[in-house]
Design a protein around this ligand. Structure first.
Ligand code: GLN
Length: 242
C-alpha cells in the first residue's frame, strides 16, 4: 500500500521538533509495509490536493506565519474541500491557527486565516506566552503529552482533543486542548506530538488507509517504548499538580 503526505512549508513552519511528526508517520507506515511518500510543499502555486492522502502543517513564529499566510490563501478552497472530504491532517500551533478566521499577532497585526473553520486566535500584548510541558486527558487517545509555546489564545466550540490536566492548551481560560473536525486535528502540542502519542499517529494513518483502500488488514504495532516515554511524562507532570 502507498500513501502520499503533503508537508506544507517545512522550511518555514517547523518549531520544537515538529518535523519529528513526519518521521514518526513515515516509520509507523514503514513498519506496516506501507510506503509513505512525502511531498514537501514550499510554494502552493498550482498545488492540487486531489492526490494527497494526508497533510501536515507545523508551527511557526509570528514572522514566519506572516510569510506563509499568502501561500496558504492561494489554495484555501482546496484545503476546505480536502478537510470536508475527510482527508486526515495534523496541524500544529501556528498551522492550527491558520485554519480559523484570523490570528492576531502580539503586535496587533490581524493575519487572515483560511476561514475553513469558525474560530479565531488572538495574542494579548500584556499577557504571558503559554509555555511548558502539557498533559491532556483525551477520551479518544488516552493521555496525550507534549510541549507548548504560544502567545495566541484560540477560542472555538468544536470538539477538542480533551481536557488539559497540566498546562494551557487552546487558551488560558477553558482548559481544553486542540480541535477535532472530520479527520483534521489541530493542536498546540509540539515536542513533537506523534512519537510519544502513537494513538494519535495511528488515527491519522488509519483514516488515510480507510479513505484510500477501505478494505485492508490493519496491522497493530507494539508500542512499548512509545508508552514508556508517554507514561514517564504523565507521571512527571502529575507529580507537580498540587
Ligand atoms: N506564533 C504563534 C503564537 O505565538 C504560533 C507559535 C507556534 O507555532 N508555536 O501563538
Amino acid at each position: 500500500m502507498e500513501l502520499k503526505l503533503y508537508h506544507f512549508m517545512p522550511d518555514k513552519l517547523n518549531l520544537y521538533g515538529d518535523i519529528g511528526n513526519v518521521i514518526a508517520l513515515k516509520k509507523r507506515c514503514e513498519w506496516r509495509g506501507i510506503n509513505l511518500k512525502i511531498e514537501n510543499i514550499t510554494s502552493t502555486d498550482g498545488v492540487k490536493l486531489s492526490n494527497c492522502d494526508m497533510f501536515f502543517i507545523g508551527g511557526g513564529s509570528d514572522r514566519e506565519q506572516c510569510i506563509a499566510t499568502e501561500q496558504f490563501s492561494k489554495i484555501k478552497n482546496e484545503f476546505k474541500s480536502a478537510i470536508e472530504a475527510g482527508v486526515p491532517a495534523l496541524t500544529i500551533c501556528g498551522g492550527y491557527q491558520f485554519l480559523g478566521e484570523y490570528y492576531k499577532t502580539v503586535d496587533g497585526v490581524k493575519l487572515p486565516g483560511l476561514n475553513i473553520l469558525n474560530f479565531y486566535t488572538e495574542s494579548k500584548k500584556d499577557a504571558p506566552r503559554l509555555i511548558g510541558n502539557i498533559l491532556v486527558e483525551s477520551e479518544m487517545f488516552g493521555n496525550i503529552v507534549g510541549f507548548e509555546n504560544h502567545g495566541g489564545r484560540t477560542y472555538h466550540n468544536y470538539n477538542t482533543l480533551g481536557n488539559v490536566i497540566v498546562g494551557f492548551g487552546n487558551n488560558d481560560y477553558n482548559k481544553k486542548e486542540g480541535l477535532l473536525y472530520n479527520n483534521l486535528i489541530g493542536t498546540y502540542l509540539h515536542g513533537p506530538i506523534l512519537p510519544k502519542n502513537p494513538n494519535v499517529a495511528d488515527y491519522l494513518i488509519k483514516a488515510a488507509l480507510d479513505n484510500k483502500y477501505g478494505d485492508y488488514e490493519w496491522k497493530p504495532l507494539e508500542n512499548n517504548i512509545e508508552f514508556i516515554a508517554n507514561n514517564h511524562m504523565v507521571e512527571l507532570l502529575k507529580k507537580n499538580i498540587k
